[in-house]
Design a protein around this ligand. Structure first.
Ligand code: C2O
Ligand code: CU
Length: 465
């Protein structure tokens, strides 16, 4: 019954065509969400933070938490999540990284009508493949208000042994409403992601597009805790601990380090990789890494996540052996940092042998009033047209000095020997190529996960025709 309410608005596929940016080209029929009874169900309530929470009332959160409470679902389940919108504005949920059917992807004006204030919508998808994901609003700058939470799809057969696990959500906290990028948009920054159209000229603060346009954050948070009040992650000597790190920030490129313990990277963006031993890694907004750590060095140790593109004090948590009361020890200078070339997928994407059927060469650059992909600002940008079954190759060249964590909806891609859904393109002519199999028809957003870059136009649609 829950499902019917949400799906009703999109019954049939005609709604999709009407919603898409470009109606002169017929688009391929998207996959349908799974039918039949749900195996697991959950409700997510989006609402402004209560005064008692200590958060600014401009903070908007899921089910009372920043981050929102973790959703966990067994791999393969039909998962049904009712979004109840108690915000004063419309919203949506995007299941970041999960290859859902297109109508469930949560992109307003592209895959669904936004969910109005006081309304609800039921999302429904098969929870696969297993991995570390998160979900967030895809309306305007709402992610930077705090509408984010982890989603864990539990593997039926974990190939990593561990005794306990912690999810660590890293965030950049704004203690006020995010500034709209453009005059004339709604106060939640309803911009291009809403199909806002042209005429969004330079409002205040639009100067310096070559800069990162990263707001000065009040704090960097680890699991919602500011650096002065770190969470204690308890372990016992001899345990193997799995950490699921999620960069749920809006604009922060983090370096993560842990005192006294090497880390073994086991998953990137939820997908298993051959284990890599490191003592730090960097990740951009939207990326995830799972690592395991052997608790063989009793004491209290700092876990630090430093902004590489900001100057706030690092987000922190404490790895603390039971009963230990000693002062926390900070990590030493990393000698071995993860690089993408270390990542070798255990579950490669089939169907990408041989040369691509279609290639796109895209430049990433700063324009006069926003960030561009190949000289165009979304939504006034040509869709990238593909056909089902194609092997698609995308090369991105970054003509700007800042990093762009580029995220593709609805698909994993191969980058080097890794399988990911978000990849950082380094500044100053950094070039990254990824390949994906066009196996999920629909209209899929491809964009920079720096929210401010996205909202000023750094996005395109992959459109199946
Ligand atoms: Cu987390 Cu459009 O993405
Ligand atoms: Cu960017």
């Amino acid at each position: 019954a829950l499902g019917a309410a949400g799906l009703g608005g999109l019954a049939g596929c005609t709604g999709i065509g009407a919603l898409s940016n470009d109606s002169d080209v017929p688009t391929a029929t998207p996959r349908s969400p799974p039918s039949g009874p749900a195996d697991t169900a959950a409700t997510v309530r989006a609402a402004p933070a209560q005064a008692a929470s200590g958060l600014s009332p401009d903070t908007w959160i899921y089910s009372g938490g920043l981050p929102g409470p973790e959703l966990r679902v067994p791999e393969g389940d039909v998962f049904e999540v009712e979004l109840a919108n108690d915000l004063p504005r419309e919203t949506t949920v995007h299941w970041h990284g999960v290859p859902v059917a297109n109508p469930m992807d949560g992109v307003p004006g592209v895959t669904q009508q936004p969910v109005g204030s006081g309304e609800s919508f039921t999302y429904r998808f098969r929870a696969e493949p297993a991995g570390t994901y998160f979900f967030h609003s895809h309306v305007g700058l709402q992610l930077d208000r705090g509408l984010l939470a982890p989603l864990i799809v539990e593997e039926a057969d974990p190939h990593v042994e561990y005794d306990r696990e912690y999810t660590v959500v890293l965030d950049d906290y704004l203690d006020r409403a995010p500034q709209p990028l453009y005059e004339g948009t709604d106060s939640d920054g309803r911009g291009p992601g809403m199909g806002g159209g042209p005429g969004m000229g330079g409002g205040p603060g639009m100067g310096g597009m070559m800069g990162d346009r990263r707001p000065p954050y009040a704090a960097l948070l680890a699991n919602g805790r500011p650096p002065a009040d770190p969470q204690r992650l308890d372990v016992r000597e001899g345990q193997r601990v799995r950490f699921r790190f999620i960069n749920a920030s809006s604009a922060t490129y983090f370096r993560v380090r842990l005192g006294g313990h090497p880390m073994t990277v086991t998953h990137s963006d939820g997908r298993p990789v051959d284990p890599v031993g490191v003592d730090s890694f960097r990740f951009g907004a939207g990326e995830r890494y799972d690592v395991v750590v052997d608790a063989t060095n009793p004491g209290t140790w700092e876990l630090l996540a430093t902004a590489l593109n900001g100057s706030e004090p690092p987000a922190r948590a404490l790895l603390s052996y039971d009963g230990d009361t000693s002062a926390p020890v900070a990590p030493s200078v990393p000698r071995r940092e993860l690089s993408y070339s270390d990542l070798v997928a255990r579950t490669p994407i089939d169907g990408l042998d041989g040369s691509p059927d279609r290639t796109f060469d895209l430049t990433l650059s700063a324009g006069q009033s926003g960030w561009l992909i190949d000289g165009q600002a979304y939504p006034d940008a040509d869709p990238l047209r593909i056909r089902e079954g194609e092997h698609v190759r995308v090369t991105m060249r970054n003509r700007s000095p800042v990093v762009h964590p580029m995220h593709l909806h609805g698909h994993f891609f191969r980058v080097g020997n890794a399988v990911k859904d978000t990849v950082v393109v380094p500044g100053h002519m950094g070039t990254v190529t990824f390949d994906f199999l066009a196996d999920n028809p629909g209209n899929w957003l491809f964009h920079c996960h720096n929210l401010y870059h996205l909202e000023s136009g750094m996005a395109r649609l992959f459109q199946y025709v």
